[in-house]
Design a protein around this ligand. Structure first.
Ligand code: MGD
Ligand code: MGD
Ligand code: SF4
Ligand code: MO
Length: 915
């Protein structure tokens, strides 16, 4: 075919369909038709995966030519909405579609951005871990021009993503997402972190190289994932007991090995270990300046933590002549001749009871295994070793505990995140080469450089932007439907990310029922709901019910690829030019989730390799039309000029590519300006490249030092400490939040308040799921199994479920589109390979084919991915089961950060063979 073709070209572009991107590729285009996805070897020297993409990207050709695509704007003709109501979508012109949407938006604007409940009249839902922003062109500039928007209605990204890690990781070490420093790591305890499957080609190559080098990965997970299979050891832990396992590891380090074997300089200088804690559990502070006190070994006296020349004691208890503590609401208490224990001492005493023998019965992991793993971890940490990086000598601490999304959410997640970060701190592996490193920040600025987010704050720690819980400032009337500022201090208020990481299930649940003692304004429905690349009716919990709630929204417009279970309720569908048909420039390089750690940073262009199908239009064109039709052209172009959608401001020192705010800019004009501004800023004025240049070259990078991978040198530079191991701030935030809620006569968040502890205690985490089903009237013994979910290499959440070839390749995996059951368990239930089974929870049932395996705990079932589609073309014919159809949305299963886990108690039985 190539030989006879008139034209063959290779178009460089990116894939960013899952959060592990961007990855670089070429699209082979033969006579105007995309025929193949190929690596972009021109990027081999800069891209960590050497210019390669994963299997999912190879589906993009079929995605483009999928006959089931929405190819013209559509409007709904059936005013009734619901799963059993055919929407009656009919094609309309772009003019009509844009006028309908802009008309609704203008009507809203005329009434005011906020409604009578004080909530934004417009809500926007974007899916899959923020990846839509890599496809929605200038839409962020439109949102900026618009003003208040509610991002409350989540899709499962956020609260069932790696949620607690996002919040606590960013709080402790600016690690919105946290990874091992794999290229230097020697020992990785991966607790449900399925990174060979989910980390994309950059993670796969890093871990493969590390294996060759001889690193050891211990996979702690109830079933054997591909990641587990590629690990040195698999520890099949009982679901939801991971905090106990991790606490026992700390016990072995602290109680059985002791401080002398740990990284004393790191604990002393970079953590709050020496801070003295009063008998009431608060930091002892200097009566004059309020600074936390430490015990100075050189003068044998209590001094403020930042006293020059002091040598703080890490362990021990000391008598302090005079000190104060500052409790919730700034209540000050004075102490004379009081005993202060160091924070490390508090930890050591606290962890005493959590022995490996204690953990064994909870986790179903042998005490000797736990003890051995802890000791292997400590030995591999090589405390005292150093490494030279770009001319600087840094500690080398090649050990890391990594956490996957299912231990990172819901009850137990705080304990897991705390324990693994403490494990890193104890051996000096936190943000040092070889150890545990954050990849990016989202709740803090600057979002492109987490080092710039490190600024001195209170008590010798980094500045933190908690939502206020003081009497004067607490947000008693929520500003969003998921109550993020009202209920979750740690999520902060940094724009869309803080909002979207609020307890999004509350936004859904409280549209139906609210707690009896709800005293806040009644939540309203948004008047306009915009949805892009997100399918909450498949990806959330209790999805059948969720779809019914979505059906009540008065007006919904979706930028759509195919019909799906969420936009089935839409009033207008706008067809978008997809991955290979449209243009956008984004940043790449630096450090970014999941394991993108580069030696370069730069920008990459996604470009129109082929003409859009049908009447599909570039999202930037759609956005500009909406801005024009809503009268927001000027603020919209202004936002673009400020760099809201591009990668850098279009005007800066020594350059000016800014666009005329009075003129409607063509998409090419916008991206041309962005290309120029990006290259001028990246090269510090040395180079300027336009859109034409990028069409040929694809990307532009400048070198970056690996020193930027690690935060500790920056902390050192500022003389700051990590806020570990003791959590006074969280304790006080919880106390104040409790007072505010109780003053408002609300007790429905009390269970969540119990999570605010300075040193987390084990509580019966798995028992919460059992109590939840009993509370709803079901009997625990009727649901004897755990049902979990896991991801597969072939799917990015539900985003490519409509692409047939993905299903075809996924069939090569055991258990895809089925229910994975331990072979012995199956035999005892009379279930054979391939039998159709019913998996039932207390809220419903889901059906699929049994896939028998040895590599899964006898008490655990697993369903891969998120399926059970009923509207998405092709996907709905797959008859694949889904955990989401039968896992409840519940306040009881929501933790203090507002997240929940993908897990539910179930029964399983063989369906009678049909005649
Ligand atoms: N059972 C189970 N549930 C899960 C998970 C799990 O592992 N198992 N994972 C959870 C996690 S971590 C996350 S982040 C969420 C993600 O869940 P969501 O945030 O809902 O994201 P996706 O499933 O990727 O959304 C996909 C939607 O985007 C549409 N789409 C795909 N390509 C295009 C395009 O080019 N243009 C347009 N306009 N639309 C497009 C698809 O048709 C689909 O409707 O799911 C969560 N839910
Ligand atoms: N191929 C692919 N890659 C992706 C995505 C995708 O959809 N597809 N999505 C991206 C996104 S949005 C995210 S959030 C990340 C998620 O990345 P991961 O967290 O690596 O994703 P999962 O495959 O869901 O892995 C979670 C594992 O936890 C296990 N697990 C469940 N319950 C427990 C428990 O109680 N204890 C322990 N120890 N393990 C448990 C599950 O069996 C599962 O294998 O992946 C990203 N990368
Ligand atoms: S890992 Fe695969 S799907 Fe995700 S961005 Fe990279 S190439 Fe695309
Ligand atoms: Mo996610």
């Amino acid at each position: 075919m190539e030989a006879q073709a008139k034209s063959v070209k290779r178009v460089p572009t990116y894939c960013y369909n899952c959060v592990s991107g961007p990855d670089l590729m070429n699209i082979k285009v033969v006579d105007g038709i995309a025929t193949e996805v190929e690596p972009n070897f021109a990027a081999a020297d800069v891209h960590p995966a050497k210019g390669r993409v994963c299997v999912k990207a190879y589906g993009l050709v079929q995605k483009t030519y999928n006959p089931n695509r929405i190819q013209t704007p559509m409007k709904r003709t059936n005013p009734k909405k619901g799963r059993n109501e055919d929407p009656g979508f009919v094609p309309i012109s772009w003019d009509e579609a844009l006028d309908i949407v802009a008309g609704k938006l203008k009507a809203v604007r005329a009434k005011g951005l906020l409604d009578e409940a004080g909530l934004p009249r417009v809500a926007v839902s974007l899916g899959h871990g923020g990846t839509p922003s890599n496809y929605m062109g200038t839409f962020p500039a439109f949102l900026a021009a618009w003003g208040e928007v509610d991002f409350s209605f989540g899709s499962g990204q956020g609260v069932k993503c790696v949620h607690s890690e996002h919040l606590y990781g960013e709080f402790w070490h600016r690690g919105f997402t946290v990874a091992a420093d794999t290229p230097n790591c020697r020992y990785n305890i991966a607790v449900g972190a399925n990174v060979d499957v989910t980390g994309g080609p950059c993670a796969v190559i890093r871990h493969a190289d590390a294996r060759v080098r001889g690193y050891k990965r211990v996979q702690v997970e109830p079933h054997l994932t591909a990641t587990g299979a590629c690990s040195a050891e698999w520890v099949p832990i009982r679901p939801k007991t991971d905090p106990a396992f991790l606490f026992a590891l700390i016990h072995v380090l602290v109680r059985e090995n002791g401080l002398e074997k740990l990284d004393i300089p790191f604990l002393r200088d970079r953590t709050a270990s020496p801070y003295l804690v009063a008998p009431d559990g608060l930091y002892l502070r200097d009566p004059q300046n309020g600074k936390p006190l430490v015990w100075d070994e050189t003068t044998a006296s209590a001094v403020p933590h930042d006293t020059p020349g002091a040598r703080p004691a890490v362990a021990g208890a000391y008598r302090v002549a005079h000190a104060v503590v500052v409790d919730a609401d700034k209540e000050r208490r004075e102490y004379a001749d009081v005993e202060g224990k160091t924070a490390y001492e508090m930890l050591a005493r606290h962890i005493d009871k959590y022995t490996p023998e204690w953990a064994e019965s909870i986790c179903d992991v042998k005490a000797e295994t736990i003890r051995r793993i802890a000791n292997e971890y400590l030995a591999a940490a090589g405390i005292g070793e150093t490494i030279e990086i770009d001319g600087k000598t840094l500690p080398l601490r090649p050990v890391a505990v990594t956490l996957g999304k299912s231990v990172n959410n819901g009850w137990g997640a705080y304990e897991c995140c705390w324990a693994r970060t403490v494990l890193a701190a104890l051996v000096g592996a936190l943000e040092n080469p070889g150890g545990l490193v954050g990849t990016t920040v989202r709740l803090n600025k600057s979002r492109d450089n987490r080092h710039l987010s490190v600024k001195p704050g209170d008590d010798g720690f980094m500045v933190q932007y908690f939502n206020p819980t003081t009497k004067e400032e607490w947000q008693a009337a929520p500003s969003t439907r998921n109550l993020h500022q009202t209920l979750v201090p740690i999520v902060g208020h940094n724009g869309a990310w803080s909002q979207a990481l609020g307890p999004t299930q509350l936004a859904w649940m409280f549209q139906g029922e609210r707690p009896d003692d709800w005293t806040m304004p009644m939540p309203t429905l948004p008047e306009v709901w915009l949805v892009y690349r997100s399918n909450p009716s498949i990806s959330f919990w209790d999805t059948r019910h969720l779809a019914e709630i979505a059906a009540k929204f008065p007006f919904m417009a979706c930028v759509a690829y195919t019909v799906d279970e969420t936009n089935y309720m839409a009033d207008v569908l706008l067809p978008e030019a997809t991955d290979l048909e449209s243009t956008q420039m984004i940043r790449m390089g630096g450090t970014k989730y999941m394991e993108q750690f580069w030696d370069h940073r730069g920008v990459v262009l996604r470009q129109k390799a082929v003409e859009p199908q049908g009447e599909a239009r570039d999202f930037t064109w759609i956005t500009t039309e909406l801005a024009k039709r809503t009268g927001l052209l000027e603020p919209y172009v202004n936002a673009i000029n400020k760099g809201v959608s591009g990668v850098s401001p279009l005007k800066g020192e020594g350059y000016d590519f800014s666009l005329d705010t009075a003129v409607e800019p063509a998409p090419e004009k916008i991206w041309d300006a962005v290309c120029r501004a990006a290259t001028v800023t990246l090269s510090e004025g040395r180079e300027e490249h336009d859109l034409e240049w990028f069409r040929e070259h694809g990307f532009y990078t400048v070198p970056m030092s690996r020193l930027d991978w690690y935060l500790t040198p920056t902390m050192e530079k500022h003389g700051l400490r990590y806020e570990l191991p003791y959590q006074e701030r969280l304790l006080l935030a919880g106390r104040e939040l409790g007072r505010r809620l109780h003053e408002s006569k609300m007790n429905w968040w009390d269970e969540q308040l119990s999570e605010y502890t300075a040193l987390p205690e084990w509580h019966d985490v798995p028992g919460r799921w059992i109590r939840n089903l009993e509370k709803s009237g079901a009997r625990a013994e009727d649901f004897p199994f755990w049902l979990l979910t896991t991801k597969s290499m072939q799917y990015h959440a539900g985003g490519n479920a409509a692409i047939e070839v993905m299903h075809e390749v996924a069939q090569n995996l055991r258990g895809h589109a089925g229910v994975i059951i331990n072979a012995k368990t199956a035999a005892s239930l009379g279930i054979a390979e391939g039998d159709r089974v019913e998996v039932r929870s207390h809220i419903g049932a889901t059906y699929g084919k049994a896939a028998l395996a040895q590599g899964v705990r006898p008490d655990t079932l697993v369903i891969i991915g998120q399926f059970d589609h009923w509207a998405t073309p092709f996907a709905k014919t797959m008859e694949a089961p889904s955990l989401n159809s039968i896992a409840p949305m519940s306040l009881d299963l929501t933790d203090a950060t507002g997240s929940g886990a993908d897990i539910v108690r179930v029964s399983v039985r063989r369906m009678e063979a049909s005649a």
